[in-house]
Design a protein around this ligand. Sequence first.
Ligand code: UN1
Length: 508
Amino acid sequence: MKMDSILDKLGINKVNEGASTGTKWLKAGGDPIKSFSPVDGKEIAWVKSVNRKTYDAVITKAEEAFKEWRTWPAPKRGEVVRQVGEALRKYKEPLGKLVSYEMGKSLQEGYGEVQEMIDICDLAVGMSRQLYGLTMHSERPLHRMYEQWHPLGVVGIISAFNFPVAVWSWNSMIAWICGNTCVWKPSEKTPLSAIACQNIISEVFKANNVPEGVCGLVVGGRETGEWMSNDTRIPLVSATGSTRMGRALASAVASRLGKSLLELGGNNAIIVTEHADLNIALRAAVFGAVGTAGQRCTTTRRLIIHEKVYDALKKKLVAAYKQLSIGDPLDEKNHVGPLIDTDAVNNYMDTIKEIKKAGGKQVVAPGVLAGKNYESGCYVKPCVYEVQNEWPIVQHETFAPILYIMKYKKLDEAIAMQNNVPQGLSSAIMTLNMREAEQYLSAMGSDCGIANVNIGTSGAEIGGAFGGEKETGGGRESGSDSWKAYMRRQTNTINWGDTNRIHRNPHH
Ligand code: UN1
């Protein structure tokens, strides 16, 4: 399929309005944003960003729609989400290709993202019948006490370029079955993938007479995110992105006593013990470090290797990195695609300068690729450096395929190194030794939101709660009981007795 026909199928024009209340596109009124592909540097299409007036119109519509949407039984809302999942199955190929082309991740990963959306729809459909509250025994006679969960209202969703569609769906599908309306601000680096999603859902929402306003879209930059953070009409803002963005957003939302759900930076490590299966460790490390060109928040950034297996694993790493082919991510023989833009390339180069200045020892060389097939200037070589964990550059998340390796002697020391960074998203240990694995998963082990054994740091499934501690922001999205973040808890006590009978109780 040619890209033009893909854009056609997904309803993307040369110039698009970046504002929608669900099935209706509004005049966005703000500056146009150009979306270009990091794959070949070509312009794909334009999107007009929102101005304050259009933004307000979308939020107002979402507020109005909430009044009706909350009256729909949750399983009926789930039925709409089930149909969204069906529609996504139908559009998996063109949407996966657009994600891959607009963001630069491999085609396999582009399809994987759409599959993740389908999976979260399935999960949310089941959840729509399981929004359970507890009941408890009242201390008063002839009283009943229980908890129920109600929707919050308008949920603002801010997503990042690296998962242009999946992370939005984790939030929106669950927020919807809970009875909320959503307004999505996608990354301004990948607005077309968002417009495509909006077109796909709008078909389903129209067919089901879902109130206009349940799924809003506002394309815009940092300022639009700030409007959301300060907007008292939005009780919950769920945001994925950098720690810098998260810190600003969290304090703005907190100062109006709103809720925020944050999924920010990671600095994920794999500990490889002397008891590891080195082939499993190698595969996990390479996939984790170079997948999505190192631009996942779950990317493996540090390998902490036992001294006994250090040289052996290092040799295997060097050999494996030699096999990597870098190029057009839509061509399935390539393993590594481009970074999102040339700013990211500059960031990669600045980081390498810092590593060298600190005394990092090169194990696999870095480089920016130029010439034929690399015209976009966004392709870089995945590289490996020997470093010290406490160096400021190692403590910092750089969204690029740079892997740090370091040596340890005792597991306690390795765990301390792993935890000794400001971030706390994902982590893994490679070992076939039960004591090591259990220590790692215990309260004395990994301090991250995700801790794995013999599987790498990236590729988390939607069924588990996803998120992390410390500077990662503490939020949990997608599976398990993460739905609770999108609802408010109400404790209800009902007196079904008459006063006389209560009076007879000697304790009251
Ligand atoms: C992200 O990078 O923001 O664990 C999310 C993974 C994916 C999610 C990553 N399922 O790699």
